[in-house]
Every structure is written in C-alpha cells, then in structure tokens.
Design a protein around this ligand. Structure first.
Ligand code: SF4
Length: 478
C-alpha cells in the first residue's frame, strides 16, 4: 500500500505554541517505520512547515491510504484534510489517529473518515492495512473502504480490534511497546526547522506511556486509561545511539519516575559515551526529594525540565490533586537553579481568580527568579474529572476545537470579565518575560539570535492575545 501521513497545520485561531516550538511528528515516524518494514511505502508531510495544500500532496503521491494525526485543536482540520483527500480520489482510505481520537473518537465521525483509531495506534494502523490488503486480494485489486462491506467480504473474525465503532466498548490499551524505532529520516527535509524554544534541531524520543499520578485536570491520564509503563532502559539507550542530533526532547508525561531507574539511565549514558542534552518533563516533588539524581543527571546532559508547578497556592494544588505544595515547588525550582538546569514552569490560572491572584503569582515567580513560564487558564477537557463541573459555564462551543488550545479561556470566569482575564494574563507574561533582566539572561545564556527568534514568536502569540482581548465575550460563536 502507498500511505501518505499528514501532520496538520493549526488553525489561525489557535493560540500557537508553534510560534515558539515545532517538534517532529514522532507518532507518524513510528507508523512509517513499522509499516514500511511490512512492505508498504510511506511519506510524511508536515503541514506546519509545508506551504502547499493537501490536494497538492495527494495528487503528487497518489496514495491508497491517507493517515492524519493531531490534538483536540486540530479536529476540524483533520476532518477537512480527510475530505480534501477524498475529493481528489474517492477511493482513498482515510485513517484518523492521535490522542484526542483515542479518548473522544466520536468527534471525528464524518462521511470522509473511514477509520478512527481508538487505541494502540501502530498495531491498529497495521491491522487496518492488513485488512485492506486482504480485501484487495478478495476483490481482485480494489481497496474496499466501507466497514460493512468489508466485513461481509472477509468475515467478522477479521474485525479490527481497536478501531472506533459507535456503541462498542473501548478496547484495552497495550501496556507493552515492542515496535521498531521511529523512522526519523522520513522527516529529514524538515529537520532543520524543528526546535523547542532554545533547543535547536531537537529530536524526540518516548520512553514511557501514561503517568503514575492523577491530577484532576490532566488529559494525559485518559490517553492511557490511568495505566503507566516504561520501556526497557537498554532499549532506550540503544535508540539514543541511533540519533545523530545532540538536543533530545524526552516527551514522556513524566520522565522522572523512580530513583534507581534514572540513576541507571545516567550510568548507561556514561558507559556508552552518549553525549547529548536533554529536555524532559518532571514533577516538582521528585526534583525536591532527589537532589542527588538531578546533580547526576546534569553531569550526563540534563539541560532543562518542564515542571508543572501549577500554582503558588497549596490549596489550589490540593484541589487539582497535584500531591505537592508550595514549599515543594520552591525547593524544586531552587535545586534546578543550583545545578544550572533550566526550569520551564507551567501554571494553571484559576477560574475564580481576581487581579490579586495574578499579582500574587507574579510576586512568587519573581521571588523564585523564573524566566520561562507557560500560563494556562484551567481548561476542562472532555474526558477529565473536571469536565462535567464546568460544562454549564463554557463560553466556547465544544465544536470550536481550534479554540481548545489550553490558552483560550473556555469557561466563564467567576469574578472578572473575559477581557480582564486575558489582560491580566498578558500583563503577567509581560512582567515575567518582557523585562530587561529576563532579556539579558536569555541573551547571555542562549545568544542574541535565538533570543530574537523566541521574541518574534512571543510577539506573534501576544498579537493573538490582543485579538482575544478586543473580542472579549464575542469570542463565542453562536
Ligand atoms: S499533570 Fe503531570 S503529574 Fe499530573 S497526571 Fe498529568 S502528567 Fe501526571
């Protein structure tokens, strides 16, 4: 089969992290490696970087199958891509995957979407291709795409286990990961464009799935049905040895799980002589309780940790079931600073906040000397524990997926207007990042070129916030 995989470009309405980071489509690289090993051919098109449209690529590559991945903010775009592919050639089979499809597959129902992957993406993609191949044999060359039609041809025993079927119980997620390494060469032509803030040409690797914690707002838990498992360390290190780039972004929901595991990882890096720089996600309580591990990891390349600090108020941390407190957060930031490991702090802005709360957070961030922060209004994504509670107060329709980007305010705030909420968020960003001290820190540490590049990206995001501010309540389409 000839397979064409698309990574979508976000809608212009989506407040864009793509202005400060573009990362490789790792999940598509996995699909590519594992289907090409079975004799299929595969091309990946990264629409964030490409300038041409979907029909152009469909005509160029003439695929049998088009696969599209993405997040919640891409739902409408992914469905549109499927439609555009079918408009070029109605016999193309379209497959939708990604984390949002796994948790909320019904959102992708469309006459232009043939299969929605409900779980175990790589295995299920292969199952679909196998089924299509069988149909091709039975029909003498025609690739059957209609589910009812195909099951009549090849029989119920060939039903694909993990595709979405309305009303059917969700399948169980795998807790092992035994696949070929991603085919990173497939995106070689885009490679120089991939970066995460100051981490240029950074390469992604996934070493574990799920998270052992259960913060109430977190969507990551839903993706793995609250299960957690990690790959074998030797296998991870062997994969790292295949990567020529120096900057590595470990995209686990939480890489810092287990003292002995991380120390062994560091030992293996040293034994194998692997010299790279690592950007990871980690919890504040781990950092606070394991200073020696951070020190050791720094020696073998730890460069930055994205820490979900979430709040400077312990009561809010309890509300979120974060299982940390303000003292732990402060200790963690202090330890990272001590070992010159950059801390990217992510925060959740409460929906009951007033100006005083925004000011209190600024005071706390200033006290800790944090320069890089991501501020997100509490967003009750469908599938999380807090969704039902806030649903009656949504000010953004659920099918306006492009606005569910963790930057738009989707719930009416309790105490201030939507405009004020956006304004205080912008002011907080300005105070933290757009000041001479932060600017000088970035130039000194990362150079003028990269600081300017990040600043341009920040200006683009800022312009999107201004638009929201001007729209105010009008951001709701009725
Ligand atoms: S917020 Fe982080 S620690 Fe909490 S459940 Fe999600 S991934 Fe795990």
């Amino acid at each position: 089969m000839n397979v064409l995989l698309f990574r979508p470009r976000p809608d212009k309405e989506t407040i864009g992290l793509q202005n400060v980071m573009i990362c490789e489509p790792l999940e598509l690289e996995y699909i590519s490696a594992n289907i090409e090993a079975l004799g299929h051919t595969c091309t990946i098109v990264d629409m964030i970087i490409e300038k041409k449209n979907v029909p152009y690529f469909v005509k160029l590559y003439n695929p049998d199958v088009v696969g599209i991945t993405g997040y919640i903010s891409h739902v409408n775009i992914m469905k549109r891509y499927a439609k555009e592919a079918k408009e070029v050639n109605e016999n193309i089979v379209t497959i939708i995957g990604g984390v949002h499809a796994e948790v909320n597959p019904g959102d992708f129902e469309s006459p232009y979407v043939d299969y929605i992957i409900r779980a175990n993406g790589i295995r299920t993609f292969i199952d679909i291709l196998n089924k299509l191949e069988k149909n091709k044999e039975k029909t003498g060359g025609e690739i059957k795409k209609d589910e009812k039609e195909t099951s009549e041809i090849i029989g119920e025993e060939d039903e694909i286990e993990c595709i979405y079927v309305p009303g059917k119980k969700p399948p169980k997620k795998d807790t092992t990961f035994n696949y070929l390494y991603p085919d990173r060469d497939k995106v070689n032509k885009y490679r120089s464009k991939y970066y995460y803030m100051f981490h240029r040409n950074c390469t992604l690797i996934k070493t574990s799935f799920g998270c052992p914690y259960n913060c109430k707002f977190c969507f990551c838990r839903q993706i793995m049905d609250d299960q957690y498992f990690a790959r074998d360390l030797e296998d991870i290190v062997a994969e790292l040895e295949t990567i020529p780039e120096t900057e590595i972004y470990i995209v686990d929901d939480d890489f810092l799980v287990g003292r002995e595991r991380i120390l062994k990882f560091c030992d293996l890096l040293e034994q194998k002589g692997i010299e790279k720089k690592y950007l990871i996600y980690g919890r504040a309580d781990y950092v606070a309780a394991n200073e020696d591990v951070i020190k050791r990891f720094k020696e073998v390349g730890l460069r930055a940790v994205i820490v979900g600090l979430e709040s400077c108020d312990s009561r809010q941390l309890d509300d979120y079931n974060k299982r940390t407190n303000v003292e732990i957060n402060e200790k963690a930031v202090g330890i990272l600073k001590k070992y010159d490991v950059e801390c990217y702090g992510t925060f959740i802005l409460g929906l009951d906040w007033t100006k005083a709360d925004f000011n209190a957070l600024h005071k706390w961030i200033k006290k800790l000397g944090l320069v890089f922060v991501n501020l997100q209004p509490l967003t009750p994504l469908r599938g999380t524990d807090i969704y039902e509670k806030y649903k009656p107060r949504f000010i953004v329709r659920e099918d306006e997926y492009e606005k569910w980007d963790l930057a738009h305010l989707v719930v009416r705030p309790d105490n201030i207007s939507v405009r004020k909420y956006y304004w205080y968020t912008m002011v907080l960003y300005y105070k933290i990042t757009a000041n001479p001290v932060s600017g000088w820190y970035m130039v000194k540490k990362y150079g003028l070129h990269d600081t300017l590049k990040l600043s341009f990206g920040a200006v683009a995001v800022n312009n999107q916030y201004w638009k929201k501010l001007i729209e105010g309540e009008r951001c709701r389409k009725n």
